[in-house]
Design a protein around this ligand. Structure first.
Ligand code: ADP
Ligand code: ZN
Ligand code: ZN
Length: 804
């Protein structure tokens, strides 16, 4: 008798272990680890993943598996192992880890079908399967079950004749096209044509056309080929001669796009050096982490692509991660243009079904390259030759729900296993990464110059306090306004950037730029309207709001922020002749809107592109010669120890949008704290100086990369309960951890109340703590019962990027 160990689909501590089930005889040879099954669990039936198969179990009176959902494993052995690594490092449940690796479509309701891949394969199938498929190219999985032909079908799948397809039931995820098909055998149709009156020309044409096709024809094609009206088709349906049906079509998000084939460019000396270092490891099957540190426009992407070519030559596969936000049509075009149909593209703009289709291309080994956002790191490749993470410093590589993994860690884990290099690329590497490169843990490759002769754009910083003093209350400085006008006259384009995060929360003096900060934590205090208090969300320090600036005595002290809509209004007042495209969450929520707005701008149909974060990256428009940053300070004063780093990165990225081609570029940064090092050094394109400066502060205040962080957030409807639990957790940790660990809190979270729940947090800073993982697991165990009641929620983030 064989036993399967199954992880069931209940994310809770008690069920977070494999349960044993008997494998019924008919599935004995078929069932493999990585397949999904349905099993009885108490009174319920649950889905689960088979994680192991054995011949003996400690448990008595086992129940049998009820159904096998897959014919081939959806998770290979490596991914099953990776799941364990994720549960250990992020403290998530195994089921959450496995589900994160699969496309959402596989979690949705679906019907499983078996498809004949090509008509030519039909005669190669065993008799009994041919009989099952008689006259059809797809059958429902249920039919295979009824005929008990699992084994034969599984073999045919392995041989590549058949495939499993999940037809998603959800309307949203499904692309259906109306098809028309004859409803009677050809002989009867021919008779019907003869019996029709002479004037029914169109109807006869339709039937004749369908006879010539001998299969269901998509409605649009039918209409095009016969120029029949919908009315005549409908009339044939009413006569019962033809039937309409909806058929799901293969979804290719780029089907209407042709990508001009591009060839590898002759490399510069620096590019060549970087490429050969990477290629050497690819050829040698050697794991290595590279940091490709190159200014914006220095040709990193070209290096990635040529390294990918080498991976293909070695018969291997590669994953390229890019931040969601820079998966612009332009970026996709570059990879599709070089590698054509060998690339699958995965990003959140795709429908559930489209993502599933892209995943399937990988699973079936139809592609060997994938370009995608964070979750593409789980691409089920089995022979990885390289993993690239572009813009490695981006916070979007960290998942902010379970499993709270960072794609960089997963990449390094997988690459080590496959013996292949990881390439981290950035113009502004995260401090963690740069520190490792300096220590020689990662190998540093540098591209110090832009490819274009123009070099880096000139950056002007405008002191907005001066503007105010000279009577300009507008959100546009005189310099930015003049330069915008100039571009309008010359017919060149401008990009205006407004950072909306951090809206109205920090308090700043408009006369001297002074921002109120916590005396203990070096982060800005957050303004709370209720109670008129300023609070530190790390340590709990509080002080009453002030009406005079403690630094200069001015009364122009207030909380801060402005929105894109307001900017647009002011822009139309000041420059009524300018054509403005606004890009923010409001104007881009519709699917495809993002691309449409960008291509409109690219075609020169607007003079100014105004937007939030989403326009900061990846854009490459030759006619853009001016970039304006309206309020460089907004992000600087978030209650987050990475605020300066993020500001520096963002300003550098945004500046990189100007003058990427023949026309030289200029950047205007407006700020109330122009002397702040993140702003001053970003303007000078001086990452190294920024790095030195910021590292000093991190060391002084005990933040990464000098300390590890863990953030525990507790929430409950009752404020006292949330506070009390966090207090107990903090006390427990103080007892368990060494004296070196610093435990901050409990303190109300920056977002102190969310969905009517009060939130408290506790932050742990530590270097080496042997007890850390076990202490955290104990906390989860201890409060599991309360959490299961739905009242209390505890999230533990072992590598937090969101401090809110
Ligand atoms: P990055 O990824 O570092 O921002 P890109 O790869 O986008 O830089 O390169 C910037 C521009 O320079 C692109 O238009 C690219 O096609 C071009 N480019 C890159 N490498 C070369 C090269 N070796 N010769 C000529 N042009 C190049
Ligand atoms: Zn503080
Ligand atoms: Zn002041």
């Amino acid at each position: 008798m064989k036993i399967a160990s199954v992880i069931v689909d209940v994310p809770s501590r008690q069920t977070d272990r494999p349960f044993d089930y008997i494998i019924p005889e008919q599935w004995e040879d078929i069932l493999k680890p990585g397949m999904r099954v349905t099993v009885p669990f108490g009174p319920r039936r649950l889905q689960g993943f088979v994680v192991g198969i054995k011949s003996h179990s400690e448990v008595e009176r086992l129940k049998p598996i009820e159904a096998v959902l897959d014919v081939t494993p959806v998770l290979n052995e490596e991914l099953l192992e990776l799941g364990k690594y994720l549960t250990e490092t992020t403290l998530c449940f195994a089921i959450s880890a496995y589900q994160a690796m699969l496309p959402a479509a596989m979690k949705a309701k679906y019907e499983k079908e078996i498809h004949l891949i090509r008509e030519e394969y039909r005669p190669l199938l065993p008799q009994e399967i041919q009989a099952l498929f008689a006259g059809r190219s797809a059958i429902a999985w249920k039919e295979v079950e009824q005929a008990k032909l699992w084994r034969a079908v599984q073999k045919a799948i392995q041989q590549g004749y058949l495939e499993v397809v999940y037809q998603i039931k959800e309307k949203a995820g499904k692309k259906v096209v109306k098809h028309i098909q004859l409803a009677m055998p050809p002989q009867q149709i021919r008779q019907a044509i003869e019996a029709m009156p002479a004037r029914a020309v169109k109807q006869k044409q339709v039937l004749t056309f369908l006879l010539s096709k001998n299969e269901a024809v998509p409605m649009p094609e039918l209409v095009e080929q016969t120029s029949a009206s919908y009315a005549s088709v409908k009339s044939l349906v009413e006569k019962g001669l033809i039937v309409e049906k909806e058929i799901e079509v293969y979804r290719d998000p780029y089907e209407h796009r042709t990508f001009a084939k591009t060839k590898p460019l002759p490399l510069t000396v620096e590019q060549e050096k970087a490429l050969s270092a990477i290629v050497k490891r690819v050829r040698a099957n050697e794991h290595r982490v590279f940091l490709l540190y190159g200014v914006t426009g220095s040709g990193k992407t070209e290096v990635y692509m040529q390294a990918m070519e080498e991976v293909l030559r070695q018969g291997k596969e590669a994953i390229v991660l890019v931040p969601e936000i820079s998966l612009t049509p332009q970026m996709v075009e570059r990879f599709k243009g070089r590698f054509g149909s060998q690339v699958a593209v995965l990003h959140s703009g795709l429908s559930v079904g489209e993502k599933y289709d892209e995943w399937r291309k990988i699973h079936r080994k139809e592609v060997r390259l994938v370009v995608g956002a964070r979750s593409a790191i789980f691409a089920p490749f089995e022979n990885l030759g390289m993993i690239i993470i572009d813009e490695e410093h981006e916070a979007s590589y960290k998942q902010e729900e379970n499993p709270r993994y960072h794609a960089r860690d997963v990449a390094i884990y997988r690459a080590r296993l496959h013996g292949c290099p990881v390439v981290l690329g950035s113009a502004t590497p995260s401090l963690e990464t740069f520190a490792r490169a300096k220590k020689g843990v990662y190998e540093l490759l540098t591209l110090p110059k832009r490819i274009s002769d123009n070099g880096m754009p000139d950056v002007h910083i405008v002191d907005m306090r001066e503007e105010l003093r000279s009577g300009n209350r507008s959100m546009f400085s005189r310099m930015l306004f003049e330069k915008l006008k100039e571009r309008l006259h010359k017919g060149e384009q401008s990009v205006l950037f407004l950072n909306r995060r951090g809206y109205s929360t920090f308090v700043m003096c408009r006369d001297c730029g002074h921002v109120i900060r916590c005396p203990h934590c070096d982060i800005s205090l957050t303004y709370h309207r209720a109670g008129q208090q300023l609070k530190c969300h790390y340590c709990g320090h509080e002080e009453p709001i002030m009406y005079r600036c403690p630094s200069c005595g001015s009364e122009h002290i207030r909380f801060f922020g402005t929105g894109t809509q307001k900017v647009e209004e002011e822009l139309t007042k000041l420059l009524p002749e300018a054509r403005v495209i606004r890009m923010d969450v409001d104007t881009t929520s519709r699917k495809g809107a993002h691309e449409q707005l960008l291509s409109k701008f690219g075609e020169g149909k607007a003079d100014i592109l105004l937007g939030t974060q989403m326009i900061a990256k990846g854009l490459d428009f030759p006619n853009v010669t001016l970039v304006g940053v309206l309020a460089a300070d907004t992000m600087l004063h978030l209650p987050d120890f990475r605020a300066s780093e993020k500001t520096f990165q963002l300003l550098t990225q945004v500046s990189g949008r100007a003058g990427r081609h023949e026309l030289p570029g200029e950047v205007v940064i407006q700020s109330y704290t122009p002397e702040h090092y993140s702003i001053a050094l970003a303007a000078k394109h001086d990452y190294d100086a920024f790095y030195q400066r910021e590292m000093m502060l991190r060391k002084m205040y005990g933040y990464p990369p000098f300390y590890y962080l863990t953030l525990i957030t507790v929430s409950h409807q009752e404020i006292t309960k949330a506070a009390a639990v966090t207090e107990k957790i903090a006390a427990y940790l103080r007892a368990q951890l060494s004296k070196e660990a610093i435990i901050l809190g409990p303190v109300a979270s920056p977002i102190a109340r969310l969905h009517d729940r009060y939130r408290y947090q506790c932050m742990i800073k530590y270097k080496r703590e042997a007890n850390m993982t076990s202490a955290l697991k104990t906390i989860i165990d201890r409060y599991q019962h309360d959490a299961a009641q739905g009242d209390l929620s505890i999230t533990i983030d072992t590598n937090p990027y969101m401090m809110m």
